[in-house]
Design a protein around this ligand. Sequence first.
Ligand code: GRF
Length: 209
Amino acid sequence: MLNIVVLVSGGGTNLQAIIDAIAAGTVTNTRIAAVISNNKAVKSLERARNAGIPAICVSPKDFEDREAFHQALLTAVDQYEPDLVVLAGFLVKIPEEMVHRYSNRIVNIHPSLIPSFCGVGYYGLRVHEKVLERGVKVTGATVHFVNEGMDEGPIIAQKAVVVEDGDTPEILQRRVMEQAEWLLLPAAIDDIANGRLRVADGKVFRKEG
Ligand code: GRF
């Protein structure tokens, strides 16, 4: 059984997609041990509690400095002894110590086709604003393992989504979520939980058979 801890910052629709997929049996061999938010007032914590999952908040506002926050976040994650840490719309940069401790055991969902529209400053609605500004015709989402870089870890899966005339950042964000994010993240967790992936040379491969 893959024991996962999900880190969130916002609405938690990706978290909900994981909860629903486990309930529906499309994600198997997986249990959500806890949901951790960096923000007290988020819908994500409510979604977790409604599903009977322990939900806690570790906010940088409650600590003297970044280092103290990082240590508290690590302690919160470690106590659940996760096999996998899932960043589902987590807007905080992960402490390097966590990246090393959970090497190839942290996944992130990013709302573009990496390496386009990613890196510093590309998060949330901003990604979709930049996509529309540039006028690209196809965007999408990417699930990847997390390394020390920003959106640079080994790519697990990607899905393209068409940009339509008249899109606003909000409309496009919703389409990318519906057509890509909510499918990709649960599918990646299911692949990991069932041992279908291996990482070599900074790339992810599907195991034969
Ligand atoms: C998603 O678009 C995710 O890719 C991005 O932030 C958004 C979070 O949405 N990083 P939600 O909290 O899962 O609803």
